[in-house]
Design a protein around this ligand. Structure first.
Ligand code: VJV
Ligand code: CA
Ligand code: ZN
Length: 408
């Protein structure tokens, strides 16, 4: 008897597929699907599987993925592998997709921003199609559970790949499972609120719905010059300024919100911003359902991120959104210091099911031990605290003021 119980009054479904966890983007690529195995083992170790219905995901179909993505892109993704890539690149159907070379790129990019070069953000790796269609299948199954009222909170930690565009992979994301889930939810509900606490801007989701007032997108992210020694080099993807609020002149204008943040934000600062803005957005927009992208690269000590959140505060964001009491889709996303990612998502699975884990779960962050030059906090140090009285407080006030203007 460990005190772990089913939640009363609401039902949680958990969507997973173990095949996804065994995939490799490349030896030193920061995206490591095995962090999902770590998370799963913690979840099983605490007995949380008894508190929710677990569903093994099946692959999404090409037709389902084509509801958002370009059918040629979907066809390419369904056939691509390290052995078929060159041949597919010569196929005239895909030839027009070869992007111009960006100045400064040190890798050769093929069609749709894909590449067989191991240094690429979106490499072509073995069994990649299987991986892509499975994480998408898990997110779609989760969304369908909510839509059919068979779940109140549906979880897929392998989803949340917010950078993928209609006909282009970007930032470790190939299929935008979030956009597909929201489209599924719009079949039933008039308004869906999307909230994104990954350290990166949720650009793919925002762009997909930039003309759509039935979806409000709200991203909190690191924004601005990436490091002082490289002026002009923006933190990826470089979009998501406060002034970016949906496509001007369309009915979607004002239904995108962005909270750009500097490096080193701490728990108290982030919690204040999050609760004020999400609370106000919820009141004003009155969404019928919420999708929350829980990217764990906003934790301190992340290999790519530059925020200083502890697992407790990251979890408090999830608890705050859950308390709003509307159907909720919880998705993963970034998170590059695997042990912290696993503990955060295990803790958040416990929060979803109204459980408190015994205090022996180590909640302190462990920095990535490996030296990793030039990115995030991977050198084993936390960022210095965000300087007080700088634009964080102004940003909060600005943002709230803008919310009122936009929503009233
Ligand atoms: O900053 C970038 C783009 C470049 C060009 C491509 N090179 C590889 C890196 C610089 C400008 N990309 C970001 C993408 C971050 C994606 C985050 C995804 C999410 O968390 O929001 C959601 C899942 C970036 N930052 C760090 C790296 N790329 C990176 C990529 C590698 C790498 C080391 C760092 C790719 C391969 C290898 N090492 C071996
Ligand atoms: Ca974000
Ligand atoms: Zn991220």
């Amino acid at each position: 008897e460990n005190g772990i119980t089913r939640p009363k009054g609401h039902k949680v479904t958990y969507h997973y597929n173990s095949t996804v966890e065994d995939m490799h983007f490349g030896k030193t690529h920061p995206m490591k699907p095995w962090r999902l195995t770590l998370a799963k083992h913690l979840i099983l170790g605490y007995g949380l599987q008894h508190t929710m219905d677990t569903h093994e995901a099946v692959a999404a179909g090409k037709d389902q993925v084509s509801r958002f993505h370009d059918p040629h892109y979907v066809e390419f993704l369904s056939q691509v592998s390290p052995t078929t890539f060159d041949e597919l690149c010569r196929d005239p159907r895909f030839a027009k997709a070869i992007p111009p070379k960006h100045p400064g790129d040190n890798v050769d990019l093929g069609p749709y921003n894909l590449s067989t070069s191991p240094g690429a953000d979106c490499p072509v790796f073995a069994d990649m199609s299987t991986y892509l269609f499975l994480y998408t299948g898990a997110t779609l199954a989760a969304a369908r559970q909510l839509v059919s009222d068979t779940s109140d909170i549906a979880i897929n930690w392998s989803g949340g790949l917010h950078h993928a565009h209609k006909a282009e992979a970007s930032g470790f994301c190939y299929i935008n499972d979030i956009v597909l889930a929201i489209l599924e939810m719009l079949k039933r509900w008039p308004r869906v609120l999307y909230i994104d606490i990954d350290v990166h801007h949720g650009d793919g989701v925002e762009e997909a719905f930039q003309r759509e007032p039935r979806v409000m997108t709200l991203s909190f992210h690191r924004y601005g010059t990436y490091d002082e020694s490289q002026p002009g080099h923006k933190f990826f993807p470089g979009t998501g300024d406060v002034s970016d609020r949906g496509l001007r002149g369309t009915i979607g204008e004002h239904f995108a919100l962005n909270v750009p943040i500097g490096a080193g934000i701490d728990d108290r600062q982030y919690g204040g911003l999050f609760e004020a803005i999400v609370g106000r957005a919820f009141e004003a927009y009155k969404p019928s359902a919420i999708v929350l992208q829980c990217g764990a690269d906003s934790l301190g000590g992340d290999r790519l991120g530059q925020f200083n959140l502890n697992i407790k505060q990251h979890g408090e964001c999830i608890a705050f959104v859950k308390a709003l009491g509307v159907p909720l889709l919880l998705l993963g996303g970034g998170g590059y210091t695997a042990r912290n990612v696993a503990r955060a998502w295990c803790h958040e699975t416990a929060l979803a099911t109204d459980n408190t884990l015994p205090p022996n779960i180590p909640m302190d962050l462990i920095p990535e031990p490996r030296a990793f030059q030039g990115h995030g906090n991977g050198n084993g140090q936390l960022y210095p605290a965000f300087p007080p009285n700088k634009h964080i407080n102004e940003c909060k006030d600005d943002q709230l003021e803008m919310m009122v203007k936009k929503l009233d």
